[in-house]
Write a protein that binds this ligand. Sequence first.
Ligand code: CNA
Length: 434
Amino acid sequence: MMASPDKSLEAVLDDAVYMPPPTPAIADDPVEAAIPAASLPAAAVAAASPLPDRAPAAASSSSSDSGSESSTSSSPLRPGDLGGDADAGGACLSSSSDDDEERDLVARLRQQLSIGDEAGVQLAKEALLPSFDLAGVAQLIQSGKAKRIICMCGAGISVSAGIPDFRSPGTGLYSQLQKYNLPYPHAVFELSYFEKKPKPFFRLARELFPGNYLPTPTHYFMKLLHDKGLLLRCFTQNIDSLEKQAGLPAEAIVAAHGNFDSAKCIRCARPHPVEHVRQAVFAGDGGNACYCVKKSCGGLVKPEIVFFGESLPPRFWERAPLDYSEADLLIVMGTSLAVHPFAGLIDYVQPHVPRLLVNREKAGEAVFGGGLLGQQKGFTFGAGNYRDALYLGDCDDGVRQLCELLGWQQELDALVAAGRQQLEAAAQQAEAKS
Ligand code: CNA
């Protein structure tokens, strides 16, 4: 069964690709998954593997904007592994009240039965936090027990900088993509569509290209953790490079979905200066495609942003197994946890590691796939919770409150002020030069 996070992730390196928000999946038989391996026949153990190599069974229904999303997945960390009912439109993971009742029942049963999980840790666990909120996490950090913190971030942390996220109704990019005349929202990040119609992507790139935005207090909070020697790594899905702009060194960041820092031709793989792309997309009224400088090639040049169906960068796969096995606190901020395999990483910290979600809505919640003793993956904020803290609200408010509780408020404010001053001065200098 689940020997270690390292092993689980290594086992799937070969076919790991960036997946669009998942189609609901039918979970593996969770009863088998919950029984210690030693008590199962070999065939049952294989069936209960936490990272099955087969594609998830797609539910019969599909959402209106599913586009290519309904294709089967080679992602190791599938929606069924995480639980939840993320729809093909990738809205939030949610649960019905029936789900809540079942979850409560199962949690009580598991506690009474003291069923062990794969790591041999008793599921009738003692709470790992004094309270499942910011105060509980602040106490943990103050106690000195959290010194290797992983931050996992999504588009929500950059919303206050002025960059829309994907899925927030009304304001998210997916609500605005009609103006690009796309058959479905994800087409803009699909290689096959890009090859045929590159302009929508380049138009969007013009809006997202770094340089127009300043990091948010949430970005500076991660810098503060780093400066205090408490940040093990920042795993970000964001392509805006604001973590770097806030002063986090490259070594501290894993840009899981790439960014605009580099670009290459999709036909001959020749690297191109980012400036080459910038000049193309900012020429005219925007949306100009960018082509390979080698005339005989003529391929499209794409910033190294990971498109749906593409592999995540090697650095993601190198760092994730090592870092997640070492972390002693996970802070997840501003993400719907709808995109795999990134989303499934929340389950790769050790079972004794507390986790905090800071988001406008609940995300990545565990469901049980209908089985009584189901293997639980994802966050548990209700009954059965022993380690998951939740702050519902804006990331900037959440990190400010956490800093206040830790007595770090002034340091955070100073970092924000100094960082922004520096960036504004640099921008003015660049403008004066041009
Ligand atoms: P998403 O699916 O759009 O989810 C964003 C989540 O953040 C939602 O749950 C929101 O409720 C929540 N949220 C929005 N604003 C705030 C706020 N101020 N404070 C707290 N929570 C907030 O985006 P994900 O990151 O989960 O999806 C992954 C995609 C989005 C990645 O591939 C990214 O590359 C892509 N993306 C990145 C950017 C960027 O780089 N800034 C922008 C848009 C999309």
